[in-house]
Design a protein around this ligand. Structure first.
Ligand code: MN
Length: 738
């Protein structure tokens, strides 16, 4: 410390004392304090000559990160030490060997992990998907690496104001894309919320200012409302002898922003700006009973909405979250969400699993859930040889999925993401069962593979040895386990087919008296413009390759030599806009014209996720394996694609008139389904003269729910169809589905 100026010393010591205060309960032995002191001294010297953008001595950053680790994530001495050292190997001449010698193997391993992530996350590339993947790859080693990385990011976000504007935007976008979902999945709720709010502050400063301003203005009304709402509850709860605190918490700025932009409602119309939280000071033996006692008192006063009761105490969410939620009607006619939980549950809800490790009693129940999740990730990382974009899509499915509960035939309970299909469930039980699945019985009724499951369903899987995974399955499965398993099987099948192609190729070469060897194979890859022999052989087996071209490049001595011949045009991955332009014959400023195959200048496919039709606003997206795909601009995947892969986005528009027909799905519901099938087919195929691709109707207790897939020209045509459908007696809702 001796080389620091007096004013710097003052700042550093102030921060360090703050860290010691915040970590008091984790420093149970004198050795812990000594260990932290040693790391602090080391880091102070190592970062001696460095300053932050804000002008403060650099060491204030590692101290702040360490403090977040202990105070906001609930981590202990080892993590504090690692956080203090987290930038030493990367930014100073400290080596990993130094760290190991001074602080031991465990600390070295974590610092190594942290340094690797920083190396992996390269701020100069826009390929966030790849960054994310690398980060996830370190997850199985030591979760603390991710925790410390998140603390690092949080402090950087808190101090982002000192950075240049373009860097601010980039870091904010990355935080929203990578770190906030990860924090969510690790159960670090408070951290996730702050990361989201801070990102918004830099990405959309005006919206942020507007929402925070309005929140402040409405604060008083809210406080009064909450006071009125909880006053009878307080009285009654106190009578029962329960020890509790009640908080009225406003929703986060980011979640309000999402509601306003996605649901297009005004701030004033958002009724659920806050939730009421009742936190009980109960022992772990009585906490569950106490929560239900509190529930019973609340619902004596206010009418609950039975659809909104969530019991995450009996079945915690897989990120460890435990709480009892109910939504009740207040005297003013507003729905209010009430969250009931014990202090222990509240700490987990805010700080995540790390906080949980302190509570030994319940350790087992939740640690298993957490381990399950880590194991799922490990499976995914290890089995996934597909490209990064697919990986990230698959992975994000798991990060944000809401959960439902499914029972096996023997009554065992399984947690699955929302929108899970029967096939996903089959894959969750075992890969072999998934691959051989031909259908399922849901609550003893036979259903197809793509049948969506609901909470409480009892599901029995039906298999057949003749079944094989199909590519179409990828269109409806939602879990990453099923996806990666299906892709893996399909890949093996491709390999088998490619082997047949290889045999044809060998025969062809033999007839030309050319050897099948590595050198000649390289020339063939050049000739047909393939990256690897597998793709080439696969296309040969499919009859897509004109083998007669080979004779043009035969040289003396049976050697192949490819030079001036132009390669056959194929889709490749491009990172440069220029390459896209030349290879596809489109200028990026020009739109691709869609709709008429005779005018097709470029090859494209209609995206399955949103099935655009003429009249929809669309864009083209250059995929890795399947060329250009056309999405609707309001496709659920569009934001992610456009924000992360802007260079792969191409303008597209529909030709004004087209003869082509597109398959569109429409979902409808209603009551009293007698004769509905008859009136519907009459209308569609009869008076409207539209071809039906498929039509399913299911009914239960007088309600029916159906899906119609029909061939449609454009949005106007679709609107007409939907308008006519609504006129049918019994039909209540008609909606286009993605
Ligand atoms: Mn750092």
């Amino acid at each position: 410390m001796k080389d620091y100026s007096e004013s710097d010393k003052k700042i550093i010591l102030r921060d360090y004392r703050g860290l010691l205060r915040a970590s008091k309960k984790f420093r149970t032995k004198p050795e812990d304090t000594a260990f932290i002191r040693k790391a602090f001294n080391f880091s102070v010297e190592a970062h001696m000559s460095m300053r932050r953008k804000s002008g403060e001595p650099y060491i204030t950053h590692p101290i702040a990160v360490a403090r977040i680790c202990t105070e906001e994530i609930g981590l202990g001495a080892t993590s504090i030490v690692c956080a203090l050292l987290h930038d030493t190997v990367e930014d100073t001449d400290t080596t990993l060997e130094d760290i190991e010698r001074l602080f031991g193997k465990k600390v070295k391993r974590i610092i190594d992990g942290l340094t690797k992530i920083s190396g992996a996350i390269d701020f100069t590339t826009s390929d966030q998907a790849e960054n994310f993947r690398k980060m996830i790859l370190t997850l199985p080693d030591d979760v603390r690496v991710i925790f410390i990385k998140l603390a690092d990011r949080l402090h950087n976000m808190r101090t982002l104001g000192a950075m240049r504007k373009d860097k601010q935007l980039k870091i904010a976008a990355e935080t929203l894309f990578l770190y906030a979902p990860l924090a969510h999945r690790l159960g670090l709720n408070a951290l996730k919320t702050e990361l989201e709010d801070l990102s918004l502050k830099f990405k959309e400063p005006e919206m942020y200012a507007e929402i925070t301003g309005k929140l402040k203005k409405s604060q008083e009304i809210r406080t009064r409302f909450i006071a009125q709402f909880i006053s009878p509850l307080k009285r009654e709860l106190a009578k029962t002898g329960l020890d509790f605190t009640i908080k009225g918490r406003p929703k986060s700025v980011y979640s309000i922003y999402n509601k306003i932009t996605q649901k297009k409602v005004a701030f004033e119309e958002i009724y659920d700006l806050f939730a009421v939280r009742i936190i009980l000071n109960s022992s772990s033996e009585t906490e569950k009973t106490d929560c239900w006692r509190a529930y019973s008192i609340i619902t004596d006063f206010y009418q609950p909405n039975p659809d909104r009761l969530r019991d995450w105490i009996t079945n915690p969410r897989s990120n460890g979250y435990e709480s009892l939620h109910t939504t009740v009607m207040s005297p003013t006619g507003k729905w209010v969400e009430v969250q009931i939980r014990s202090e222990r549950m509240d700490e987990i809800a805010e700080k995540g699993m790390a906080a949980h490790w302190k509570y030994k009693d319940n350790k087992k129940k939740n640690e298993n859930k957490f381990d399950d999740w880590i194991n799922k990730i490990r499976d995914l990382v290890q089995n996934n040889e597909t490209d990064t974009l697919d990986f990230i899509d698959d992975f994000k499915l798991n990060l944000y999925a809401k959960e439902i509960y499914i029972f096996t035939p023997t009554g065992e309970l399984k947690t699955m993401p929302k929108d899970t299909t029967a096939l996903d469930f089959a894959f969750d039980i075992h890969g072999d069962i998934g691959r051989k699945c031909i259908g399922a019985k849901v609550n003893h009724k036979l259903v197809p593979l793509n049948h969506p499951l609901s909470s409480g369903d009892q599901v029995e899987i039906i298999t057949s040895n003749k079944q094989k995974p199909k590519e179409a399955w990828l269109d409806f499965v939602v879990t990453s386990k099923a996806r990666s398993n299906i892709k893996q099987s399909l890949k093996e099948e491709v390999k088998q087919i490619a082997d047949q192609g290889k045999e044809s190729l060998k025969r062809k070469l033999k007839s030309l008296k050319v050897d099948y060897n590595d050198k000649n194979l390289r020339e063939l890859l050049k000739l047909y413009d393939f990256k690897n022999p597998l793709d080439l052989n696969f296309q040969i087996a499919n009859g897509k390759i004109d083998l007669s071209k080979i004779k043009n490049i035969v040289e003396k001595g049976g050697e192949l030599k490819f030079e001036k011949n132009k390669p056959i045009k194929r889709v490749r991955i491009f990172t440069e806009e220029k390459e896209i332009i030349s290879s596809f014959g489109v200028k990026s400023s020009e739109a691709i014209i869609l709709g008429d195959d005779s005018l097709k200048q470029v090859d494209y496919k209609i995206a399955q996720c949103c099935s655009p039709i003429p009249g929809d606003d669309v864009f083209g997206f250059l995929t890795i394996n399947e060329g250009i795909k056309i999405h609707r601009t309001n496709c659920p995947n569009a934001v992610q694609l456009m924000s992360n892969y802007a260079y792969r986005v191409l303008k597209a528009k529909w030709k004004s008139q087209t003869l082509r027909e597109f398959s569109v799905g429409v979902e409808f519901t209603g009551i009293d389904g007698m004769g509905i099938l008859h009136s519907l087919t009459n209308l569609v195929t009869g008076s409207l003269n539209i071809n039906i691709k498929s039509l399913n109707i299911g009914s239960e207790a007088g309600f029916f729910n159906g899906k119609l897939n029909a061939f449609i020209h454009d949005t106007k045509h679709l609107d007409d169809l939907m308008k006519e459908m609504k006129k049918i007696e019994g039909i209540k809702t008609v909606e286009r589905i993605y």
